[in-house]
Ligand binder design. Structure first.
Ligand code: IPE
Ligand code: IPE
Ligand code: MG
Length: 238
């Protein structure tokens, strides 16, 4: 059986439905989702989870109405400003695996600033997937390797899984041990496609704004009951 997961990834989904059930605008759901993120970061620290990666905005979320995209970007700025001191005080290193260059200037500045301000922190890692898409990440890694090959810096025959992995935006982060998706949807929605090859999946109908320490504890408990075999045999089977 497994111990405490080292790396937890979460698809923060269900904000819109949470708001609709309360007759509130969708932006109110996103705001409540920010509160859930704050609770969850704290709960990860309490449980000794080293890395938390959260899907905050996908490369496909640009398809949403402009007003909703703007509200989300404003909330990202607000979240980082509000949490800044706390993140620094708690020795949390913030990284972003999405494409910051595609974000509006204010959001980009805020993200780049918190990433720089916490880059020397040695405690937990909060990894933001902002303007992130798994397929785009893989294509960009392939392009970077093709460019190196064209310049004669790598030989195509040398390219292996380890080299490819190092060209992904997650770089040296270990793969997630568990992927949590709230809101009842059972799909991956273009999140961490390469990295979740052997990740344990856990779904809950709870909507993201209602997520907190209790749901995280349930997910960790479920994870601890799993037998990860990676294609081999577990001790019980051997
Ligand atoms: C997740 O909540 C937030 C983002 C995708 C940015 P949704 O906005 O997708 O909420 P639902 O799925 O409509 O309930
Ligand atoms: C996934 O949720 C993206 C984030 C939570 C940031 P979506 O709500 O965009 O996913 P689909 O459209 O239901 O697959
Ligand atoms: Mg959704």
């Amino acid at each position: 059986m497994s111990g405490i997961p080292r790396h937890v990834a979460i698809i923060m989904d269900g904000n819109g439905r949470w708001a609709r059930r309360r007759n509130l605008p969708r932006a109110a759901g996103h705001r409540a989702g920010g509160e859930a993120l704050r609770r969850t970061v704290e709960a990860c620290r309490d449980l000794g989870i080293e890395i938390l990666t959260v899907y905050a905005f996908s490369t496909e979320n640009w398809k949403r109405p402009r007003a909703e995209v703007e509200a989300l970007m404003d909330l990202i700025v607000e979240y980082v400003r509000k949490e800044r001191e706390e993140l620094i005080r708690n020795n949390i290193r913030v990284v972003n695996i999405g494409d910051t260059s595609g974000l509006p200037a204010a959001a980009r500045r805020e993200i780049e600033s918190i990433v720089a301000a916490t880059s020397q922190n040695t405690g937990h890692v909060l990894c933001l997937a902002l303007n992130y898409g798994g397929r785009r990440e893989i294509v960009e890694a392939a392009r970077a390797l093709a460019q190196k090959a064209a310049r004669g810096e790598v030989r195509p025959g040398e390219i292996d899984e380890d080299m490819f992995r190092r060209h992904l935006t997650t770089g040296d982060l270990p793969d997630p041990d568990i992927l949590i998706r709230p809101s009842g949807e059972m799909r991956v929605s273009n999140f961490l496609l390469w990295q979740i090859a052997y990740t344990e999946l856990w779904f809950t109908p709870v909507l993201w704004p209602d997520f907190g320490p209790e749901q995280l504890r349930q997910a960790v408990e479920a994870y601890r009951q799993r037998h990860r075999r990676y294609g081999g045999l577990s001790l019980e089977d051997a």
